[in-house]
Design a protein around this ligand. Structure first.
Ligand code: HOC
Length: 383
């Protein structure tokens, strides 16, 4: 028997029953009224897959994709989600192990509740990328320290989140009086503590080790990685000087910004609105995807994030031009329901669903030669 349902739409409800009010509000919740969260989901229903018949196939679809100069067996990656110990005592260790076991790249969040080195150990030979919440330029020494540690721990690409220099207006967290870092006495903010540069600065300022004043440490680390104000495009140069591998900018929602990504010479961009957790009233992420692909898709890798819940969603995002899809909330629910095994179940279910969906639609691979806009129709065209 499976550890829990194969129906992706069951996962949120099942996990919700198991979570504390705080974890539930943090994971299921979103910015503001939830308008962007809803629009992310509704956008998938506006596109339909049009199956072709008598394709004469002899094998199941090839799900591989090529990003960051690597051919990967599957087109999905574990999205960076912070403070995972609030969902399961193993936290990031569970998701990093599951990702390696399922051959899916792992993106580690700067807001993790486990250190860079421990996540790397759990992920073993897995493909892993590091997500940066970018401290202010006054704290470049901390950024450099984090980047060096990530590089030394085998993280091969840098994903820079641009939409979260401060956390959004999140009523569920505010109603619960909840800031996961301020619960550091329960979950630990190990990544901050384990950074030698940050720890030394904390000691100098507060006169004690961060472990001895968890409240101040939590508040300080929050301010460090969410400095309150945005960097500028000219600052990307600094990252390029201190990170020799591929850089992917996450949180792009306009064609103009996508063009700037090309100008500053990064390898890729992620069309994402942070799962509707930052700007409420913003457009759906899937809605803007084809425009961005049309503008820059031949010059830069375009990845997709925000709203994926099932195999057909992955197929649609790829048909619209995404080369890689990030999975966020679904694996968090898997972690709540079954730790590492639960995350593995979610990844296997999503990939199995994707494989059969493509197979039955007569689409032989995720290559843009066959998985492209020709396999989609706007549902509104019918009515
Ligand atoms: C205070 C800790 O990306 C999110 C995350 C940021 C998590 C850190 C919160 O919630 O959207």
């Amino acid at each position: 028997r499976p550890p829990f349902s194969f129906n992706a739409l069951d996962w949120e409800g099942l996990a919700s029953e198991r979570m504390s009010a705080e974890s539930r509000g943090y994971s299921i919740g979103s910015a503001g009224t939830g308008e962007t969260l809803r629009k992310n989901r509704e956008a998938f229903g506006k596109w339909s897959i049009t199956p072709s018949r008598l394709i004469a196939t002899k094998s199941f679809p090839d799900l591989s994709t090529t990003v960051v100069d690597k051919k990967l067996p599957f087109p999905i990656a574990i999205a960076p989600v912070g403070v995972q110990k609030i969902f399961n005592p193993d936290g990031e260790l569970a998701s990093a192990r599951a990702a390696a076991a399922q051959n899916v790249p792992y993106i580690m969040s700067t807001a993790s509740s486990t250190s860079i080195e421990d996540v790397a150990k759990a992920n073993g030979d897995g493909e892993r990328w590091f997500q940066l919440y970018w401290p202010s330029r006054e704290q470049d020494d901390i950024t450099i320290s984090i980047l060096n540690r990530a590089k030394n721990a085998g993280f091969s690409a840098l994903i820079v989140t641009l939409d979260t220099y401060i956390l959004g207006w999140r009523p569920s967290d505010m109603n619960n009086g909840y800031n996961p870092f301020l619960r550091s006495d329960q979950i630990g903010v190990e990544i901050g503590f384990s950074d030698p540069v940050w720890t030394a600065q904390f000691k100098e300022k507060h006169g004690v080790e961060p472990e001895k004043n968890l409240g101040a440490a939590a508040a300080e680390w929050t301010r460090t990685i969410f400095p309150g104000f945005s960097h500028g495009w000219e600052d990307i140069k600094f990252l390029r000087e201190h990170w020799s591998g591929p850089i992917i900018l996450k949180g792009i929602q306009t064609v103009a910004d996508a063009k700037k990504c090309v100008e500053v010479g990064v390898q890729g961009l992620i069309v994402s609105n942070h799962g509707g957790r930052q700007v409420d009233g913003g457009n759906s992420s899937l809605g803007i995807l084809p425009r961005i692909v049309d503008a820059v898709g031949d010059k830069i890798e375009v990845w997709f994030d925000s709203g994926i819940r099932c195999g057909a969603d992955i197929a649609k995002a790829m048909a619209l031009g995404a080369k890689m899809c990030l999975i966020g909330r679904p694996y968090v629910y898997g972690m709540v329901l079954g730790g590492e095994e639960g995350v593995s179940h979610v990844l296997k279910a999503l990939l199995g669903d994707l494989e059969l969906t493509l197979h039955l639609a007569g689409i032989t691979s995720t290559s843009p030669d066959v998985l492209n806009r020709d396999v989609l129709v706007r549902e509104s065209d019918f009515f």
